[in-house]
Each structure stands twice: as C-alpha cells, then as structure tokens.
Design a protein around this ligand. Sequence first.
Ligand SMILES: [Zn+2]
Length: 44
Amino acid sequence: MGYVCLHCGKKVKTIGPNFIRCPYCGYRVLAKERSSLAREVSSD
Ligand SMILES: [Zn+2]
C-alpha cells in the first residue's frame, strides 16, 4: 500500500513504519493512497 504526498501529490512508498517521508519534496505529511482524495472533492 502506498502513500500520497499532500505537498506535491506524488505517490510515495513507505520505507518503514516510523519513517515516512516524501523523497521528492521532503514533506512528512502523507495520506494513505487508499482513501482517494477525489472522493472527498466530488460530493454529490
Ligand atoms: Zn512531496
């Protein structure tokens, strides 16, 4: 299961349970890829 960087929006693979960081921008706040952000945006 991957993560999505909330800063640049790129997919990030987890390196470890306590070491999750975006390799592209260094941002440390990531969202689980499962919970699609598209769903949140598109509200009927
Ligand atoms: Zn990033």
